[in-house]
Design a protein around this ligand. Structure first.
Ligand SMILES: Cc1ncc(COP(=O)(O)O)c(C=O)c1O
Length: 400
C-alpha cells in the first residue's frame, strides 16, 4: 500500500479554493465519498417502504448493525461475538462500568491517567459517587514525573504495589488524546490482572489508528467512537469490545434493554430478559440506521486497505513528520519518540505565541487542532494524507 492511495475515496475540505492540509483526523475523520450513496439508499428505502424496511430494505434494518460487526471486530482484533456497534462513547463507558466496576469495602478504587479525556474523568468520578464513594478517595491518578508529559509504566507498577489490592478497575485511554502516547496495552492489562483488577480501555484515539489485538491481549472490555479515525461522521455511533470470558457468561450483570434480548423471542414482547450471548447482549435500543449506513461506507475502505498495511504506512509517515518537526526551534514534541509508543498523532507544545502560530497555520490552509494551553495536535492519517501534506505542513510551521 502507498501513502495516499485511498485519498481519492474521500472529500478533502477546501481552503481558499484548494485542498486543505487536513491533519485533524484525530478529531473528525473525513467523509468517504460513498457515504452519500449509502445514506441515500436508506432514505429511499424508508420513503418507499416505510416500516417494511425493517425486513425488506436492500440492507434490512432489523439486523443492520450486524453488517458492521465483522469489519469492526477485525479493526480491534476481537472475535465477532465480542464486538457490537451501539450508542456513543461516554454512554458505553457507563454501561460497561455498570457491569465491570463492582466496588466493595476492600476494593473500590478506579485508576485513570491523570490527563484522561474530561468525559472519562467525569464518568469515573460519577461512577464512584453513584456507588457512595468520595471521588477524592476513590480515584487514583497515574501522573507523569515532574517536568515530563508522558507516563511511565514503572510509576504504575509502584502505584499498584502500594494500592493494587484496593483497585477495582483500571480505565485508560489506549492512545492518550493529549500527548498521543500509545500505551503498551498487553503489558498493562497483564499487570492489572496480576492484582486481580478488571481493566478497560477507551480506544477513541486508537481504533483505526493502531493495530489492536484485544482478544489475544486478554482485555476485559473497551469502548471507542467512530468519528475520528473511523470516518463515520460527526457524533456517529460508538462500539464496544467485551471479552468472551465475560460476554459468554450470561450471568454477567448489566443494564438491559430489548435489543440485547434473544433475537428469536424479542418480538414476542412478553418474556423476561433473556440476554444474547456476547457483546450484543449489552445493546439497549434499536440503533439509528443513517449513521450505521455512513459507517458501512467507511469500514469498507478499512476492509480493502487492511489495518496492518495502514499501520505500517502510518509508522513511516509519523517518523517522517517527527524527524522534520524535531528540528524546528521553539517546538517541543510531547509525543513519545519511540515509534512503538505512538500512533499517527503528534502533539506539539509551542513554547512561544502558540495561539498566533496556530492561527498562522489555519490561514495557510492547515486544518489541525488546538488544545489549551499551548498544544497543537496533528495527525497524518494514512488513508488520506500524503507525504506532500507532511512536507507542506513542516514548511509552513517552520516559517510561522
Ligand atoms: C478519549 C475520549 N473519551 C471520550 C470522548 C467523548 O466521546 P463522546 O462525546 O462520543 O461520548 C472523546 C471525544 O472526543 C474522547 O476523545
Amino acid at each position: 500500500m502507498n501513502t495516499g492511495q485511498f485519498r481519492n475515496l474521500f472529500h478533502i475540505p477546501q481552503v481558499n479554493g484548494e485542498d486543505s492540509i487536513y491533519l485533524c483526523g484525530n478529531s473528525l475523520g473525513l467523509q468517504p465519498k460513498k457515504v452519500k450513496e449509502y445514506v441515500n439508499a436508506e432514505l429511499e428505502d424508508w420513503a418507499s417502504l416505510g416500516v417494511e424496511g425493517h425486513l425488506h430494505a436492500r440492507h434490512p434494518w432489523l439486523p443492520y448493525h450486524e453488517f458492521l460487526t465483522k469489519s469492526m471486530s477485525r479493526l480491534v482484533g476481537g472475535n465477532q461475538s465480542e464486538v457490537v456497534v451501539m450508542n456513543s462513547l461516554t454512554v458505553n463507558l457507563h454501561l460497561l462500568m455498570a457491569s465491570f466496576y463492582k466496588p466493595d469495602k476492600k476494593r473500590f478504587k478506579i485508576l485513570v491517567e491523570s490527563d484522561a479525556f474530561p468525559s472519562d474523568r467525569y464518568a469515573v468520578a460519577s461512577q464512584a459517587k453513584w456507588h457512595g464513594y468520595d471521588p477524592n478517595e476513590a480515584i487514583i491518578l497515574w501522573k507523569p514525573e515532574p517536568g515530563e508529559y508522558t507516563l511511565r509504566t514503572e510509576r504504575l507498577k509502584e502505584i499498584l504495589k502500594q494500592e493494587g489490592e484496593q483497585v477495582a478497575l483500571i480505565l485508560l485511554g489506549g492512545v492518550n488524546y493529549y500527548t498521543g502516547q500509545y500505551f503498551n496495552i498487553p503489558e498493562i492489562t497483564a499487570l492489572g490482572h496480576e492484582y486481580g483488577i478488571t481493566i478497560g480501555w477507551d480506544l477513541a484515539h486508537a481504533t483505526g489508528n493502531v493495530d489492536l489485538k484485544l482478544h489475544e491481549w486478554n482485555v476485559d472490555f473497551a469502548a471507542w467512537c467512530s468519528y475520528k479515525y473511523l470516518n463515520s461522521g460527526p457524533g456517529s455511533l460508538g462500539a464496544v469490545f467485551i471479552h468472551d470470558k465475560h460476554g459468554q457468561d450470561l450471568s454477567t450483570p448489566r443494564l438491559s434493554g430489548w435489543w440485547g434480548h434473544n433475537k428469536e423471542t424479542r418480538f414476542k414482547m412478553r418474556d423476561d430478559f433473556d440476554p444474547l450471548p456476547g457483546a450484543e447482549g449489552w445493546q439497549l435500543s434499536n440503533p439509528p440506521i443513517l449513521p450505521l449506513a455512513a459507517m458501512r461506507a467507511s469500514l469498507e475502505i478499512f476492509d480493502e486497505a487492511g489495518i496492518q498495511n495502514l499501520s505500517s504506512v502510518s509508522k513511516t509517515n509519523s517518523q517522517l513528520m517527527y524527524d522534520a518537526l524535531a528540528s524546528i526551534p521553539h517546538v517541543k514534541l510531547i509525543t513519545p519518540a519511540d515509534p512503538e509508543q505512538r500512533g499517527c498523532q503528534l502533539s506539539l507544545l509551542v513554547e512561544q505565541n502558540g495561539r498566533a502560530v496556530f492561527d498562522h497555520l489555519s490561514k495557510a490552509g492547515v486544518i489541525a487542532d488546538w488544545r489549551e494551553p499551548n498544544v497543537i495536535r496533528i495527525a497524518p492519517v494514512p488513508l488520506y494524507n500524503t507525504t506532500e501534506d507532511i512536507e507542506c505542513f513542516v514548511s509552513i510551521l517552520g516559517k510561522a
